[in-house]
Design a protein around this ligand. Structure first.
Ligand code: FES
Length: 168
């Protein structure tokens, strides 16, 4: 979507038109675009501004305020480590540190191969099974530092199998 090709312009226009007559609910429009494309770069914000009359500054403010929205493409696997109180007291910061170390990225960043995005989350509503780690929205319970390497290698292995990587 980097150059906003005609198809993207058409689709975003359609999304905006879905909400015509509903007072152009910005959150709904941006949410649909995020779901469709996985991120909302500046040129898309400018197009939404043009179509809705909402200032770009306001749209940018919403996109950057809510962690659900992203300015850049996210990885195929979005790993969110909960740093809410219940998870934190059970060691989730150490779990996050381990993901950072093994993936070589900080929260908010994506690995160069586009496979992983790492996020630090607030409470994901799974305090009873803290520390919780969400992977593409699926919550994994009681994740310990010692589990992190296997979580990553399982995903990498799965991806290699899908791509046929490593086969003769
Ligand atoms: S604090 Fe982590 S799930 Fe509630």
């Amino acid at each position: 979507m980097a150059h906003l090709q005609g198809a993207a312009v058409k689709q975003i226009t359609e999304i905006v038109n879905r909400y015509k007559g509903e007072g152009t609910p910005l959150m709904m429009i941006l949410s649909d675009i995020q779901k469709e494309y996985g991120y909302i770069p500046l040129e898309v914000q400018e197009l939404v501004s043009l179509l809705t009359g909402i200032p770009v500054s306001e749209i940018y403010g919403v996109v950057t305020f809510y962690s659900f929205f992203s300015l850049t493409p996210k990885g195929k696997y979005v790993v969110g480590v909960c740093l809410g109180t219940a998870c934190y007291v059970k060691g989730s910061q150490l779990v996050l540190d381990k993901f950072e170390e093994l993936l070589g990225i900080k929260p908010g960043e994506t690995t160069p191969d586009g496979l992983f995005t790492l996020d630090a989350l607030r409470c994901v509503g799974a305090c009873a099974i803290a520390p919780a780690v969400s992977i593409n929205g699926k919550v994994h319970p009681m994740v310990q530092v010692s589990h992190v390497e296997k979580i990553i290698s399982d995903i990498r292995r799965k991806e290699e199998e899908v791509s046929g990587y490593g086969q003769n």
